[in-house]
Design a protein around this ligand. Structure first.
Ligand code: HEM
Length: 127
């Protein structure tokens, strides 16, 4: 019997990229989150988010962009906005019929970075 990983079940890089593309489409279309991406290099974001999720799911990719904290210091997130983004990620996973326990694992991989996403340049203590 073959042991399959979350990475395999999500359809490897191609499947994960599809979810990521759908997720960023939802983020861009969102009234509150969309404006944060004005001027952003969306291809870079889609690619790095794909690497991040592939690695988190047990794939061979390595996330090699800026640490999540540094990448978002200039983004004025609030806890509610992070939750809103996570809800959109959940919607994307649902759209691809990802089973609940696998979808939870993906959402959790991003939710684990909530404190880094919320960090602001004035925070001096977290290192
Ligand atoms: C934990 C997983 C995440 C990773 C690995 C990640 C990665 C990145 C990277 C590498 C950048 C680009 C920094 C740069 O080029 O200057 C970035 C920017 C950004 N990310 Fe994320 N991100 C994550 C989660 C999120 C979430 C959940 C949101 C929700 C909306 C988000 C929204 C943004 C925004 C708005 C920018 C700034 C775009 C810009 O100003 O150019 N990120 N992210």
């Amino acid at each position: 019997m073959t042991e399959d990983t979350l990475y395999d079940r999500l359809g490897e890089e191609t499947g994960i990229r599809s979810v990521v593309d759908d997720f960023y489409d939802r983020l861009l279309a969102d009234d509150e989150l969309g404006p944060f991406f004005e001027g952003a290099d969306m291809e870079k974001l889609r690619r790095t988010q794909t690497d991040f999720l592939c690695e988190a799911a047990g794939g061979p990719q390595t996330y090699d962009a800026e640490p999540v904290r540094e990448a978002h210091l200039h983004v004025p997130f609030t806890p509610d906005l992070v939750q809103r983004a996570l809800a959109l990620l959940q919607e994307s996973l649902d759209a691809f019929d990802v089973p609940e326990s696998d979808a939870d694992a993906v959402v959790e991989a991003v939710a684990a970075y909530e404190a880094d996403l919320l960090a602001s340049p004035e925070d001096t203590t977290a290192d």
